[in-house]
Write a protein that binds this ligand. Structure first.
Ligand SMILES: Nc1ncnc2c1ncn2[C@@H]1O[C@H](COP(=O)(O)OP(=O)(O)OP(=O)(O)O)[C@@H](O)[C@H]1O
Ligand SMILES: [Mg+2]
Length: 328
């Protein structure tokens, strides 16, 4: 399979100014400012093949958005190289953008006062999309994401989730080979998230579109990605199949249990209480030592249980584990 992106020793150091609090320091800073360097990327390497959906994950401030910005051409890195679809993103930007799609979950990307549909028509000309193709694709996407009404409403009046769906359509209308999604599921409800994910999988299958997705949502990762790249402090700490991570690190489950009454002490092997309230327990279960079935049975037979939620620990916890092991 063809390599679409190759990233080599990518570094980005941001320069910012620090100012101490207080009036005196504010005046002082007019004359002399203290420069602070932030090494956001410290030599990032990876390559991605056509048709992959890669999850790019890591804690806050790890360098995900900085990488996506460099790859999509809006940021000039300090050093290193990127070859994406044969382009150097930040140098060949004008030609390059016709081949990619970008969604920044936290940035406005549609015209605020216009309905999304108007933005789409504008983009049709910008990207030279033939009218027949444009209409066919647009109708298909509108149906898939269930936004028939929404696309006629001015963007400023749309909800967060509706806006996100419309942004995704805008990013995909020109049928790009490569798509960057930076936290695309922010603000989506559970049903919308499902549609959104199905939609991405559908586009990926149909057109062999390559996706790079940053997210804090483990559901996105599980549904979309076979491969994940984990970044922390601007360094890649894992690049490989998600299954391997699950096997080695997803060895615990979290049980959130609500009680109508909690008089007895909870005690079960392989389980640790990590948070305790009057009517609630948060339990960490080691799946190598205890089964979920057993734990639920034990809870139901011995306590007056109102609700049990079983979930994976947050991605951040897994990353911290990997990171700690790397430093050992
Ligand atoms: N324009 C900027 N000027 C200075 N520092 C910046 C700038 N943009 C990002 N940084 C810093 O670089 C680091 C990496 O930021 P980045 O936005 O890439 O993180 P992220 O992995 O996307 O995090 P999040 O999960 O919070 O979105 C952070 O410490 C951030 O404070
Ligand atoms: Mg970010």
């Amino acid at each position: 399979m063809e390599t679409v992106i190759c990233v080599n020793d990518l570094k980005k150091t941001y320069k910012t100014h620090r100012r101490k609090a207080g009036f005196f320091n504010a005046v002082k800073s007019l004359f002399k400012r203290e420069i602070v360097l932030k090494h956001a990327l410290q030599g990032v390497n990876f390559s991605i093949k056509e048709g992959e959906i890669v999850g790019f994950i890591g804690p806050n401030g790890a360098g995900k958005s900085t990488t996506i910005k460099a790859l999509s051409g809006v940021l000039h890195p300090t050093s290193g190289s990127v070859n994406s679809l044969g382009f150097i993103p930040w140098k060949d930007r004008v030609k390059y953008v016709k081949n990619i799609g970008v969604v920044f979950g936290q940035k406005p990307q549609l015209h605020w006062d216009l309905p999304p549909l108007d933005t789409y028509w504008l983009n049709k000309d910008v990207y030279d999309i033939p009218e027949y193709e444009f209409k066919k694709r647009l109708n298909h996407m509108i149906k898939l994401l269930d936004v028939e009404e929404v696309v006629h409403t001015p963007t400023r009046d749309l909800s967060l989730g509706e806006r996100m769906k419309c942004k995704l359509i805008a990013a995909l209308l020109h049928n790009p080979k490569l798509v960057f999604l930076d936290e695309p599921s922010i603000g989506l409800d559970v049903i919308a998230k499902d549609r959104f994910r199905d939609f991405i999988v559908d586009i990926n299958k149909k057109f062999k579109t390559t996706f790079i997705v940053t997210t804090h949502d483990m559901g996105d990762i599980e549904k979309l990605c076979k491969r994940i790249i984990i970044i922390n402090y601007g360094v890649i700490v894992y690049d490989g199949p998600i299954e391997k991570i699950k096997k080695e690190y997803l060895t615990h489950k979290h049980l959130d249990v609500k009680f109508n009454d909690l008089k007895k002490k909870f005690k079960l092997s392989g389980c640790k209480i990590i948070k305790e309230d009057e009517y609630e327990l948060k339990i960490e279960l080691d799946t190598k030592k205890q089964t979920i079935k057993n734990a639920i049975n034990y809870l139901i037979t011995n306590f007056d249980v109102a609700d049990i939620i079983v979930q994976d620990p947050p991605i951040e916890e897994i990353i911290q584990k990997i990171y700690r092991e790397k430093r050992k």
